[in-house]
Design a protein. Structure first.
Length: 329
């Protein structure tokens, strides 16, 4: 891979919405059934138009891996509420580094943000929370990971599609199998894209003829911005706001699936977190979320939050991104 080496950046980041550190076993002795599965997969890839040269050089390098043990869920459950989760996920040193890198890449971020209609602070926050600014990117062989996942769950057609997408990336970028690395979940580069998402959203921003999501910040920012734009991000809006609820508020109103106007929420007694009235506008679809229930924090969230939650595993993770974006701002 070519591009800027993030390890050389003086202030490195730590985004793995944190939780990308999984226990993943090394390759194990392949079984006859695995070899049969690969033969079938190879034939299907051939029928899909993957070049014979790519197939021959790739399939001979596939090894069987055991399923990843995801430690992120356990880590998240150990933090019982947002009051403990956010400070641990977004400590002050991470805020400082995010601000420093935001300034370092200010010109590139502005150009990218203007083109795709995504506020730069969200790109830096997402970068930070997904891969720790590149420090938490794993080095597993992507093709072996995707093939093993497809073998483990043959009923998941989408897993097989990720194998074919991986082969397309190898062919498109003229890469060797050993050069294409991923997390133990098969997520690619610092934006942590699935191979199919790489094909849809990855961008060569600096025009060097190479998409480098492992070490080139410009390509990384542009790819994240393109992703957000394509899945519905609205550059003229923010994500939401923390709010105050009246006493004895009916929490049955809280759900991402329930939308009201600011006026309607105001009529229910909700105010800004500083106690002032909500915005005087009724042109937005607004939802109330309360991840910790009646005694926890309450947020009114907008379409951009709904876009973000499609990517994140939980409100906890999504709110960590939005929190960091506010601190950057």
């Amino acid at each position: 891979m070519t591009g800027i080496n993030l390890g050389a950046i003086s202030a490195t980041f730590v985004i793995a919405i944190g939780l990308q550190h999984n226990v993943f076993a090394q390759d194990v002795k392949p079984t006859s059934s695995f070899q049969q599965f690969l033969s079938s997969l190879k034939q299907e890839a051939r029928e899909k138009g993957i070049a014979e040269q790519t197939l021959e050089s790739s399939f001979s390098n596939i090894k069987l891996f055991r399923t990843a043990q995801d430690s992120s869920k356990t880590a998240e459950k150990s933090m019982t509420n947002l009051e403990s989760y956010i400070p641990q996920r977004v400590p002050e040193w991470k805020v400082d580094k995010a601000r420093a890198l935001f300034l370092q890449y200010q010109a590139e971020l502005k150009a990218i943000g203007d083109k795709y209609g995504v506020q730069p602070r969200f790109l830096v926050a997402l970068w930070a929370m997904e891969s720790d600014f590149g420090e938490a990117v794993s080095q597993y062989p992507l093709l072996s990971v995707t093939a093993s996942k497809a073998f483990d769950q043959p009923e998941r057609v989408d897993y097989q599609e990720e194998v074919f997408a991986t082969l397309q990336i190898l062919e498109q970028e003229s890469l060797q199998v050993s050069e294409l690395k991923s997390s133990s979940k098969g997520l690619v580069g610092q934006p942590l894209f699935l191979p199919s998402q790489y094909l849809l959203y990855a961008q060569d921003w600096d025009g060097d003829g190479k998409i480098d999501l492992w070490g080139n910040p410009q390509d990384i920012f542009a790819s994240l911005a393109n992703y957000l734009k394509q899945v519905g991000w609205k550059g003229e809006q923010t994500w939401g706001r923390q709010v105050l609820l009246p006493d004895n508020f009916d929490i049955n109103h809280s759900s991402n699936g329930i939308s009201k106007t600011f006026s309607q929420w105001g009529e229910l007694g909700i105010s800004r977190y500083n106690g002032k009235s909500l915005p005087n506008r009724d042109d937005m679809s607004v939802s109330l979320i309360m991840p910790d229930g009646a005694k926890g924090r309450a947020y009114l969230v907008y379409d951009n939050y709904r876009t973000l939650i499609k990517r994140m595993d939980s409100d906890y993770q999504a709110l960590s991104v939005t929190y960091l974006s506010e601190r950057i701002k």
